[in-house]
Design a protein around this ligand. Sequence first.
Ligand code: HEM
Ligand SMILES: CC(C)=CCC/C(C)=C/CC/C(C)=C/COP(=O)(O)OP(=O)(O)O
Length: 300
Amino acid sequence: MFTLALITPSRAVELWRLGKPRVVSLIVFCAAAGALMATPQWSALPNVILSLLGIALVAMGAAAVNCLVERDRDAVMRRTERRPLVKGTLTPLEAGLYAAVLTLAGLALLQTFANSLAMWLTLGTFFGYAVVYTRWLKPATPQNIVIGGAAGAMPPVLGWAAVTGTVPAEAAVLFLLIYTWTPPHFWALALYRQLDYQKAGLPMLPVTHGPAYTRQTIVLYAVMLYAVALLPFVIGMSGWVYLAIALWFNSGFLWRAIKLYRTADEAVARGLFLYSIRYLAWVFGALVLDRVWTMAITHF
Ligand code: HEM
Ligand SMILES: CC(C)=CCC/C(C)=C/CC/C(C)=C/COP(=O)(O)OP(=O)(O)O
């Protein structure tokens, strides 16, 4: 029964895949940016790294629970039909154990090397994504992603809380950035995966309200995202380096959203989805670059 004990290289790869490592790498990057924005305490670097590892482990645990809860839905969608629990290369028990070990280890790291606030917020985020979004919201409403997006938007707040033990307004601005980004990120994908979601019986916006309405809503979110992305500069949290990069990528995002509004071409939707990932990496990268630049010119 406990075949987990037999971790062959190919099974290790399957366990790794279960934790959605590519999504989690961006999550951890955003958490790291939050930590750096909070305070560039280089002396505390080992603690920060172990806290980020904690966040990564809990995020991977949450992703594994998501795969466990959704294995029947995943089986009917082309995008997800090759996941380990669908192919049967891992059993549900193994996935459950793996998720529990990762999550508990991650929470222990946070409690030890960060603080209780970071630990509890991360546990809340786990619950928000793995249970509230996956189990309840996703099959219930096309606003699933808008409400559930609150969990996905937490990483910079977790990073911030891990190094300071507080969540000030600046951290909330970074939360808002991912929160506003998430719906267009997901709906762009849902537009070219509409058939999948229809087959799985999931009420995603293109399924319930149609592609035209979804494309229009994406433009509205792109406009809101543009405004939110200016906030770090407006409140004096970031400088000109951030502003220049944010203007470039938000213009690119809005331009692609408008292009998508004008065409039903699935390739354009795919293009916006891929761009959304580059966008988030660059905008959070810009916060870091701007901070490092400001520190460099004030020290030398
Ligand atoms: C609840 C909110 C979110 C939803 C519903 C969502 C949905 C999705 C979906 C369905 C995919 C496609 C995965 C695949 O190709 O199989 C995806 C990919 C991706 N998402 Fe999200 N996402 C959310 C939040 C986030 C957040 C917060 C981040 C990072 C901070 C993120 C980063 C990514 C990345 C990097 C990929 C590409 C993964 C790859 O290439 O394999 N997503 N997202
Ligand atoms: C503790 C912590 C930081 C947790 C982070 C939560 C987390 C992993 C958020 C990522 C969101 C994500 C992978 C959504 C995929 O959507 P989906 O699950 O609807 O996509 P799917 O159809 O590919 O399963």
